[in-house]
Design a protein around this ligand. Structure first.
Ligand code: GDP
Ligand code: IMO
Ligand code: MG
Length: 430
């Protein structure tokens, strides 16, 4: 049986440190595949003193000898793709082994315009999207009027598809939002250039990924966003428009469930969220400020301040259940270094009843009060620890307690943004 695939995904609201771990695991893999989302993602990877910010391209790209794949489940803004490749090359990364699925959908200027108009129209009920056109592009995919990479790169298909779509979108923009219509010729010219750039990279990537798996190579499927932003399972409607959960790796890369052996959930030692929506363990005090400042919790894409709070086991256990997570990476443990006491939300309480399963209804969720257990902090710098044993006893106890509350082994503990600040506790591909 072909079984060397590993899915890596966020188990909270995104920004867990997925990029760092993808980069770390890429060393042992041949192929790294993004399976959903688009340039709403922002992954910071630190190598030595150099910082790389990636949005669309898989975080394996920093190794010149790995192949990175943008799968069919991703929505691709060609302008962002081009500028990201240019940015990487400026920094000395070749970014040559990149393949883009012919079946991936293309983000068009009207998607970005509609994302902006929709957010504006929602007023106080806004989602707080990254305004990159992600939602409207997925809407077109499901409405069966989207433009795929295969269409973009075909000169006989694209002009007609653009004409049909733009007519309908301009109608919407002018009549519904009283906005300015977009110009056909300008878009055609711009996107023809993008098509020429993308053509050599376009491929039936499912075949490529399948061949790598057949050769028993290590393939990492990299999820963007996080479980609680999942369109089906997240805090709807305050979610993104795709499915970050592990099973979607199969859909978004074009492989079967039997190709996935391990599912690695990435969790922060606390919780953050960017944008609107519920957040049961959110902190509004100086501890929240400390987490935000020490953790440099600013959105990579929008620069917004990330909301911060305690770790929430109701949500992490929910994410474990949804994705069949069988190993965990605990990130940013060092951000807790200065705290005297650390809290873990073990369950919620609603109308005097214990709640252990993450509620579906936002109204019910709003009535849930987090119940915490407290653990002593370690008040020691952990950023130089290279083994688990080198961590202070209280930090080890915190990690062990999370392991206990999840029943899932924590195979990675991260104590800083760099590659060498990563404590490994077992083979992740085993
Ligand atoms: P992603 O979207 O899941 O890839 O995460 P982001 O890159 O948006 O956010 C994680 C941030 O934390 C990045 O700036 C990383 O460089 C940084 N980071 C990752 N792991 C650690 C860690 O263990 N400690 C600290 N202090 N920073 C980390
Ligand atoms: P990474 O991969 C954190 C959030 C947005 C907004 C909601 C919908 O870096 O973890 P969208 O533009 O997707 O329609 O916005 O989802 N969001 C993220 N939050 N990390 C991300 O990605 C996110 N991608 C989208 O802030 O609340
Ligand atoms: Mg991020």
């Amino acid at each position: 049986m072909i079984m060397s695939g590993l899915v890596l995904l966020g188990a909270q609201w995104g920004d867990e440190g997925k990029g760092k771990i993808t980069d770390f695991l890429a060393e042992q893999a041949t192929t790294i595949v993004r399976y959903q989302g688009g340039n709403n993602a922002g992954h910071t990877v630190v190598v030595g003193d150099e910082e790389f910010k990636l949005r669309l391209i898989p975080s394996g790209i920093l190794y010149d000898d790995k192949t990175c794949v943008i799968g069919n489940g991703v929505v691709v803004d060609p302008k962002v793709l081009m500028s990201e490749i240019a940015y990487l090359r400026e920094k000395g990364i070749k970014a040559e082994n990149l393949k883009i699925s012919e079946r991936a959908h293309v983000i068009m200027p009207y998607h970005i315009a509609i994302d902006n108009y929709e957010e504006q129209a929602k007023g106080d009920a806004k989602i707080g999207t990254t305004k990159n056109g992600i939602g409207p592009c997925y809407v077109d995919k499901f409405a069966r009027c989207g433009i795929r990479i295969a269409d973009l790169i075909d000169e006989t298909v694209f002009p007609e598809l653009l004409k049909r779509n733009l007519e309908s979108k301009n109608n919407q923009i002018v009549k519904l939002y009283q906005g300015e219509p977009l110009d056909y010729d300008t878009i055609l010219k711009e996107y023809t250039e993008y098509a020429n750039f993308i053509r050599p990279m376009a491929a039936d990537t499912s075949v490529f990924v399948h061949d790598a798996l057949k050769n028993d190579e290590h393939v990492v499927f990299e999820g963007a966003q996080g479980t609680l932003l999942d369109i089906d399972h997240g805090t709807y409607p305050f979610v993104t428009s795709s499915s970050p959960i592990a099973s979607y790796a199969c859909v978004g890369a074009g492989v079967g469930p039997t190709n996935i052996k391990n599912v690695l959930g990435i969790i922060k030692a606390y919780t953050t969220r960017v944008g609107e929506g519920p957040f049961p363990t959110e902190l509004f005090d100086e501890i929240g400020d400390t987490l935000q400042k020490v953790g440099h919790e600013f959105g990579t894409v929008t620069g917004r301040t990330r909301r911060c709070g305690w770790i929430d086991m109701v949500m992490i256990n929910y994410a474990i259940r949804l994705s069949g997570i069988n190993e965990l990476a605990l990130m940013k443990l060092d951000v807790l270094d200065s705290l005297e006491t650390i809290k873990i939300c073990t369950h919620y309480e609603r109308n005097g009843e214990k709640v252990i399963h993450f509620p579906s209804s936002l109204k019910v969720l709003a009535e849930c009060k987090p119940v915490y257990e407290e653990m002593p902090g370690w008040q020691t710098d952990t950023t130089g620890a290279t083994t688990f044993e080198e961590l202070p006893a209280a930090a080890q106890a915190y990690v062990n307690r999370i392991e206990e509350l999840t029943g899932v082994p924590i195979k990675i503990v991260a104590v800083g943004p760099r590659r060498d600040q990563t404590i490994i506790r077992g083979d992740l591909f085993a």
